[in-house]
Design a protein around this ligand. Structure first.
Ligand code: AP5
Ligand code: ZN
Length: 214
């Protein structure tokens, strides 16, 4: 399967991805995670991306399309993938269609994590992540066994630099202006499944499974 997850910051894309990935043996490509790794390694790509990310604005289409083009060539992605956080503009969606067309492939399903903006600040400001694995916690909704420590490795958890109430406002603005039209783009193709992403994580997983079995 070739899946796209679309939703505003904090809607649960990164939380559901590992579950879908294991259930369907797909590779998980999260442009935000890849960009953050590039920023912390201070690669040329990371240096270019950092300013926009810190402000909660989108990185240029060319940069992210390049990362995805490269990442989709990995052998583990040949059977299918989950795109988490890409495409985020209609231009990116068109480029993705072009890339897939060359392989005789297409997007099978778009999962739209529909949720009210008002819920997101609490989710974002309470989030803690384990950077190397991408595991995500929340002080209230998904606390680690020991505060500030990853359950699996015992390594420290960190908070994302863009997870403040102020930067969230710009990220939401970018979502409504630039990314919502992408949902329209795929609706026309009849492949969008709407999820009620304000439900608890396990219930969202059930919705995902239903959407993918139909
Ligand atoms: P990115 O990393 O993609 O961030 P985002 O889209 O803002 O999404 P988040 O990761 O914040 O949210 P999520 O939906 O994954 O939420 P999560 O599951 O963690 O992008 C970051 C930046 O990179 C962008 O701003 C941009 O600059 C750049 N960028 C990336 N891709 C780009 C692109 N294609 N083009 C241009 N620029 C790009 O959940 C959040 C919290 O809530 C967690 O603590 C979790 O435990 C909790 N939680 C999750 N689900 C539930 C639930 N059902 N109930 C209660 N709590 C829950
Ligand atoms: Zn995420």
């Amino acid at each position: 399967k070739r899946l796209i997850l679309i939703g505003p910051p904090g809607s649960g894309k990164g939380t559901q991805s590992p579950i879908i990935k294991d259930d369907y043996c797909l590779c998980h490509l999260a442009t935000g995670d890849m960009l953050r790794a590039a920023v912390s390694a201070k690669t040329p790509l990371g240096i270019k991306a950092k300013e926009a990310m810190d402000k909660g604005e989108l990185v240029s289409d060319d940069l992210v399309v390049g990362i995805i083009d490269e990442a989709m060539k990995k052998p583990s992605c040949q059977k299918g993938f989950i795109l988490d956080g890409f495409p985020r503009t209609v231009v990116q969606a068109e480029k993705l269609d072009e890339m897939l067309k060359k392989q005789g492939a297409k997007v099978d399903k778009v999962l739209n994590f529909a949720i009210d903006d008002a819920i997101l600040e609490e989710r974002i400001t309470g989030r803690w992540i384990h950077p190397s694995s991408g595991r995500t916690y929340h002080t209230k909704f998904a606390p680690p066994k020991t505060p500030g420590v990853d359950d699996v490795t015992g390594e420290p958890l960190i908070q994302r630099k863009d997870d403040t109430a102020a930067v969230l406002r710009s990220r939401l603005e970018a979502f409504h202006k630039q990314t919502e039209p992408v949902i329209g783009y795929y609706s026309q193709k009849g492949i969008v499944a709407n999820l009620q992403a304000e439900k608890p994580p396990k219930e969202v997983t059930v919705e995902v499974q239903k959407a993918l079995s139909s």
